[in-house]
Design a protein around this ligand. Structure first.
Ligand SMILES: Cc1ncc(COP(=O)(O)O)c(C=O)c1O
Length: 389
């Protein structure tokens, strides 16, 4: 049978990245005790009032079809939140609600790029990004993020990668896997480049609420001169420990959301009102659990740095946000993949190999900070001992 080209575009992009994680789960299922620091799921329960609100909303009147933009109440609440946070008026018509940041990004790239277009993005990158771009027929163009620049995108590197086919600069701030947060100066400089070459700025801001103390988050949506070319996506997955609800949103210029709407309609034929009610409650006030997560993740990042940085040839990159810390194991002579596989088999500690996030993180490990301090400390002891003197 014949299939569309999407199949080929996505082949080979998925499963190999998760080999260590899958093996860890298999070992666990067979009864081996594993310290699992691979994926990062929030370590708090979803706030009960959100679950109650969703449950209470499952009643006649809130279980019918909605429209392709999302429920008006939720879009109003988001418009208010974004107007306050971004310091300029954002209208409900600039917002479309979709199931999670991932779906938002899918719809954004479907709307902006196609065959042969190029999208610039930092390497390392979140595991789904390459496929996200390739499914459209566009080409992801990796731009190196370097530890000596705190893994923040550098304008000169972006500029060197621009061709006449470039359409989008794709930002992820706060960044997964590096935990880097772009500064206002970074955004202004990247924005000026986008203006000069007439490019879109797409920004994945799903970790906005998990920025560590002393670090300031900036979105391209804050800069009025970038308003017509900036689109951002986020959700309640991280901020409210609610990834299973699949509730996210796109914010962009009105012209953009008008063009995205028909796609949303053919994809979903409307959103789910009971999820919208719960999300409206969530975004109408500060997350009751984000501060706790920030405190724990920042503390555990400090613990990893204290235990590993400068020891046994290892280096730790301290995140500025998010749920992960990076450990540079290049001095051991092993790739991240070989180190992680052997660490799992011999020490029963599961971490992600840096290579799963792009060539730019070869020889690194990503450690999730969502497990208890004792487990992280034990994992660090095993990593150090495994790395040798
Ligand atoms: C950078 C990044 N973007 C998007 C997602 C997916 O978010 P959502 O659950 O809102 O689809 C994740 C999840 O880990 C992520 O790390």
């Amino acid at each position: 049978m014949r299939y569309s080209a999407v199949h080929e575009r996505l082949s080979g992009l998925g499963s190999a990245k998760w080999a260590v994680h899958r093996l860890a789960r298999e070992m666990k299922a067979q009864g081996t005790a594993i310290i699992e620091l691979t994926i990062g799921e929030p370590d708090s329960p979803t706030p009960p009032e959100m679950i109650e609100t969703a449950r209470a909303a499952m009643r006649p009147g809130r279980l019918g079809y909605s429209d392709g933009r999302g429920e008006p109440g939720l879009r109003r609440a988001l418009a208010e939140r974004y107007s306050t946070r971004r310091g300029r008026e954002i209208d409900p018509d600039q917002i479309i609600c979709l199931p999670g940041t991932q779906t938002c990004l899918y719809a954004i790239f479907r709307t902006l790029v196609e065959n042969g277009d190029e999208v610039l993005l930092g390497d390392p990158m979140y595991a789904t990004y390459e496929g996200l771009i390739r499914q459209t027929g566009a080409v992801p163009v990796p731009v190196a993020l370097r530890p000596e620049h705190g893994f923040r995108l550098q304008v000169a590197d972006l500029e060197a990668a621009i061709t006449e086919r470039t359409r989008v600069i794709f930002l992820n701030t706060p960044h997964n896997p590096t935990g880097a947060v772009l500064t206002r100066q970074d955004i202004a400089a990247i924005g000026a480049l986008a203006q000069k070459h007439d490019l879109w700025l797409v920004s994945d801001e799903v970790y906005e609420d998990l920025v560590f103390p002393g670090v300031t988050f900036t979105s391209p949506l804050e800069l009025p001169e970038l308003a017509e070319r900036s689109v951002s996506a986020a959700s309640i997955s991280k901020s409210h420990a609610a990834p299973g609800f699949r509730s996210g949103w796109v914010v962009g210029p009105k012209e953009f959301t008008e063009r995205l709407l028909p796609l949303s309609e053919v994809m979903l034929f409307g959103s789910q009102p009971f999820l919208a009610d719960m999300t409206e409650l969530a975004v109408s006030k500060p997350s009751p659990i984000a501060a706790g997560m920030v405190e724990r993740f920042a503390r555990r990042a400090g613990l990893v740095a204290d235990m590993l940085d400068g020891k046994g040839g290892l280096r730790v990159h301290r995140p500025e946000a998010g749920m992960f810390a990076l450990v540079d194991v290049r001095a051991t002579g092993l790739s991240g993949q070989d180190f992680a596989l052997a660490l799992l088999r011999e020490r029963h500690v599961a971490v992600m190999p840096g290579e799963s996030f792009g060539a730019g993180l070869s020889g690194w490990l990503r450690l999730s900070l969502t497990q208890p301090d004792e487990d992280i400390a034990e994992a660090c002891r095993q990593i150090l001992d495994f790395a040798g003197p």
